[in-house]
Design a protein around this ligand. Structure first.
Ligand code: UDP
Length: 259
């Protein structure tokens, strides 16, 4: 039986992106519902932080692909503050790290729902699968695929995902690629839910250091990541954060001019 689309969480517009005002527990409950219901298309979740929001403000195809998500959550205290300034309460920052990923796959194991991991350099998703299953033998990984495929291989990747029987597709291609990819293939994907997770697979595989819990809780995770990968990330943070603040202030002062 096909069940109607689930209700939409209250949202607030941050630089043109509809940010959901919900907690991680609420999102897990929504995933739980999605895993059990047969719907016309997968439930689609992704995140925005200050970097993603400025990227979305600048690049309309990315903004459209993020806005298609059923849940866009605030993955960064900057977006939580911006949401509060622009529209009302946003319960918390949702940062999906190894602990939260554990909760997500525990839920899948409990529901008998298998998981497909897409993204990262060759070998990364395999290593994540090995580690997750070693910790919870009840979990079924339906398949894995690296994230460096050519456009002409995309149809085969979608076929592999659909043929695997996975219920949850975890996509770690990094923004904007992951949202553009999911948005493009959403109608063809025969999974119950798809969740964009950026560089988390690298961290869970041990290829990139993951910040200690106190760093995560003190909201300076971006500084830690900058120290770990300065060449890749300096532009994102050192130029991106001031731009984000400027754009949010501008939206607050002149909401009608916002994209
Ligand atoms: N990635 C990929 N295919 C690509 C480009 C990137 O699989 O064509 C992966 C890359 O290996 C890394 C992740 O995407 O695992 C990058 O995510 P990023 O750190 O930018 O995302 P964040 O977590 O910061 O949102």
């Amino acid at each position: 039986m096909t069940v109607g689309a689930p209700s939409i969480a209250p949202r607030v517009d941050v630089l043109g992106v509809p940010v959901a005002r919900l907690s991680f527990e609420q999102l897990l409950r929504r995933l739980d519902e999605a895993l059990r219901a047969e719907r016309e298309r997968p439930d689609y979740y992704t995140y925005v932080n200050a970097y993603c929001a400025t990227l979305a403000a600048r690049e309309s195809p990315y903004r459209a692909s993020v806005s298609r998500a059923d849940v866009v959550y605030a993955d960064g205290i900057g977006v939580v503050w911006a949401a509060r300034l622009l529209g009302g309460p946003c319960p918390e920052r949702i940062n999906v790290g190894p602990i939260e990923l554990g909760r997500i796959v525990d839920l899948c194991a409990e529901r008998g729902a298998s998981v497909f991991l897409l993204g990262g350099a060759p070998g990364i998703a395999d290593e994540v699968a090995r580690r997750l299953v070693a910790e919870r033998p009840g979990l079924r990984i339906a398949g894995v695929h690296h994230g460096y495929f050519a456009p002409e291989e995309e149809a085969a990747v979608v076929r592999q995902i659909n043929g695997s029987g996975a219920a949850l597709l975890i996509v770690g291609l990094g923004p904007p690629k992951q949202e553009l990819w999911v948005s493009q293939h959403l109608a063809a994907l025969q999974v119950r839910a798809t969740w964009c997770m950026g560089g988390l697979l690298d961290q869970v595989a041990g290829a990139v250091a993951y910040p200690p819990e106190w760093v995560r809780r003190s909201h300076v995770q971006w500084l830690y990541r900058l120290a770990v990968e300065p060449r890749r990330l300096w532009r994102r943070y050192l130029l991106g954060i001031p731009e984000f603040i400027g754009r949010v202030v501008h939206q607050r002062l002149r909401p009608e001019r916002q994209a």
